[in-house]
Design a protein. Structure first.
Lengths: 376, 291
């Protein structure tokens, strides 16, 4: 039987409901839509990145949220590292999840692909893990890169490569995607600028490749003085193992792909002496790093890594923009707020230029005696 | 240059033996049951995980764990057939194809849920240090894998040739209707065929898993390479598939050495397309009745 209520009862009930939950109505949460490669070869980096984001959300919400009583929320979706899937995920985050800002990362190609959607929808897109130089050259005023770039990473690493004694030739291997090709090109340019060693060989491996013996044998046959091997986890462990199997012992240079606690645990002795460029490392002791490490360690009972720090910074920058733009701000207002953000994060100062690029500096570490140590 | 080529040939032979093992599993299912089994890569993945769990969690040593992995993968293959393929056998072939594709997705995602996306290492008793013979660098693990793959292929060939079940499989492949009239129990042979095909994939996964770790997506590429080999070799002799596997492994190694490692996969599929155009039935056949 249908229940009938008098209008007075209905009004009183509605008022009571409003009084009972004032904050819920006054402050819908601000949402960051996150598209990452939660499965596939970039899953490890994506998971670390998400943990950094979660630590930042917790930190922001504990400290009053993003203004107007609003809490910060993440909506996380998996694009598997595939650009077409990233486009679909971005649309879903904007159309269905109604997020305020999106962060589509890992690898750079997905951040570039997603820009077609964010530009048309006029939704700000922040990138915390997109190093490819081309990412800020898509003519998208809604795109903001809050991390370092392949060029800056290459410059930092090139200095270490040049400083290696007797290093006259180098062979390179990187992933066959936008990130890998950008990394090799940027390193070649940086080495040329710094009169560094001659690049005698550069090759690119496919995402699904598991056996690196053929390419390592090719590198070995050329007898270079040093190697730049930028191979992602878990293939990075295989490469190190196969280098031992093939008797290859050369000064090794790499990227953040070799900055990985699991890799160190699995292939530590083979990693000894390797120098790698990173955006951040726990060895940094500046106040922003300390704040990040404290928040992260409290939440996850573990030490954060480079990827987590990038997730933290992207979220903190997005939170600063949401706070500055105020409740209800969307699209253009949020874009304007983001363009004016100045945030000092663990990696350095994030301040966007006219292209939406923060050009945060990169650093170099050396793996020695079972740990990563700061070089420059 | 010669040293590089020699090392690439040796390395290619080792890799090719594994490709052949994977392809034989596909060939027996495709040749007898006419099923394009898209979940064969996941059977390969299960073989790797079964071996990992047996060694790392139950403390069994690596060698008996290989046999355990083969047996468990065979059981998984038979279950897969019984639950998701056999009920569709009177439907159009594309429904069976889609069903195996669905199983592939389900198994891969289930593996991610259960074991996570991170790779797991199978503890193996092999030394990482190389054995150096002139310009050739080998490891005991690679030699073992080659020997084990060779043994598995030989055992499979012997099974087909000398056992009653093997003869029944060959009879069904040669002339399905006549074989049934001769009293062959098609359902039993079907289960055996699926079990054997799955066990071969499981063996390949367990052997390779010990070298390159096990993870949910590990079956993607071997599946494609396996299909390429089956197309190249045809539904024919075990030796044909084995030789095609070795040839592919060597061709890939030489491509990586003298062209680019990124083009290594291209070789498999270019050769496959060429064979399809020139000799669509493959280089060898079961000798199926064309009547």
């Amino acid at each position: 039987m249908k229940e009938h209520k008098s209008p007075l009862v209905a009004v009183i009930t509605a008022i009571a409901a409003l009084l009972a939950a004032p904050s819920a109505l006054a402050a819908d949460p601000a949402r960051i839509g996150v598209g990452l490669s939660m499965t596939g070869p970039l899953a490890y980096l994506s998971q670390q990145y998400v943990q950094g984001m979660k630590a930042a959300v917790e930190f922001v919400n504990k400290n009053g949220g993003v203004g107007g009583g609003r809490q910060l929320e993440l909506v996380i979706r998996d694009h598997k590292g595939i650009p077409s899937e990233a486009v679909a995920v971005t649309k879903r985050l904007i159309d269905d999840d109604k997020v305020d800002i999106v962060d589509i990362d890992l690898p750079s190609t997905v951040a570039i692909a997603a820009q077609a959607v964010t530009k048309e929808a006029k939704v700000p897109q922040i990138a915390g893990y997109t190093f490819a130089p081309a990412a800020v050259k898509q003519g998208n005023p809604f795109f903001f890169r809050a991390c370092t770039t392949a060029d800056l990473i290459a410059d930092a690493l090139a200095r270490s490569i040049v400083a290696e004694k007797g290093n006259k030739t180098i062979a390179m291997l990187a992933p066959n995607d936008d990130y890998g090709r950008s990394a090799v090109q940027a390193l070649k340019t940086a080495l040329e600028k710094q009169n560094g060693p001659q690049v005698v060989y550069a090759d690119f491996y496919e995402r699904t490749q598991t056996d690196f013996s053929p390419v390592l044998l090719k590198m070995k046959s050329l007898n270079p003085d040093s190697l730049f091997i930028d191979v992602r986890w878990p293939a990075s462990a295989t490469v190190l193992k196969q280098m031992v199997e093939l008797g290859i012992k050369k000064p090794l240079f790499s990227s953040v792909n070799f900055y990985n606690a699991q890799l160190a645990e699995k292939a530590g002795p083979m990693l000894e002496g390797t120098q790698l460029s990173v955006a951040w490392a726990p060895v940094f002791t500046d106040p922003a790093s300390q704040e990040f490490v404290k928040a992260y360690s409290e939440m996850f009972k573990a030490q954060p890594d480079d990827s987590a720090s990038l997730g933290w910074t992207a979220t903190m920058v997005a939170a600063a923009a949401l706070r500055a733009a105020g409740p209800g701000a969307k699209g253009e207002q949020l874009r304007a707020a983001l363009s004016k953000v100045e945030y000092t994060g663990p990696q350095g100062v994030v301040r966007f230029d006219a292209n939406g690029d923060a050009s945060v500096p990169a650093h170099v570490l050396r793996y020695q005696n079972g740990g990563y140590h700061f070089v420059r | 240059m010669l040293e590089l080529a020699a090392q690439q040939v040796v390395n290619g032979l080792l890799v090719g033996a594994i490709y052949a093992l994977m392809a034989l599993g596909l060939m027996v299912i495709l040749g007898i049951l006419r099923i394009i089994n898209m979940a064969q890569g996941e059977l390969y993945m299960l073989g790797g995980y079964f071996c990992y769990l047996t060694v790392a969690k139950l403390g069994v040593s690596y060698f008996p764990a290989l046999v355990v992995a083969m047996v468990l993968t065979a059981v998984a293959g038979i279950f897969m057939d019984r639950l998701a393929i056999r009920p569709l056998m009177r439907r159009p072939f594309y429904m069976v194809f889609l069903s195996t594709l669905a199983i592939s997705m389900i198994l891969r995602n289930a593996a991610e849920l259960i074991w996570g996306p991170d790779p797991q290492t199978i503890p193996s008793p092999f030394s990482p240090l190389p054995i150096v013979i002139g310009p050739i660098y080998l490891t005991t693990q690679k030699l073992f894998i080659f020997g084990a793959a060779l043994l598995a292929v030989a055992a499979f060939a012997a099974f087909l040739r000398w056992t009653r079940a093997g003869m029944a499989i060959r009879a069904l492949a040669r002339d399905h209707d006549t074989a049934l009239l001769m009293g062959i129990d098609a359902n039993r042979i079907r289960a055996i065929t699926f079990g054997v095909g799955a066990a071969l994939a499981g063996a390949a996964g367990a052997l390779i898993g010990a070298m390159f770790d096990v993870y949910p997506t590990m079956g993607e590429l071997p599946l494609l390479k396996g299909f390429a080999l089956v197309v190249m070799a045809g539904m024919g002799s075990v030796a044909g598939v084995f030789v095609a596997g070795l040839t592919l492994g060597v061709a890939e190694g030489l491509t990586a050495a003298f062209l680019s490692t990124g083009y290594a996969d291209l070789v498999a599929f270019v050769v496959m397309l060429c064979v399809l155009m020139v000799k669509p039935e493959g280089l060898t056949t079961w000798g199926r009745s064309r009547a």
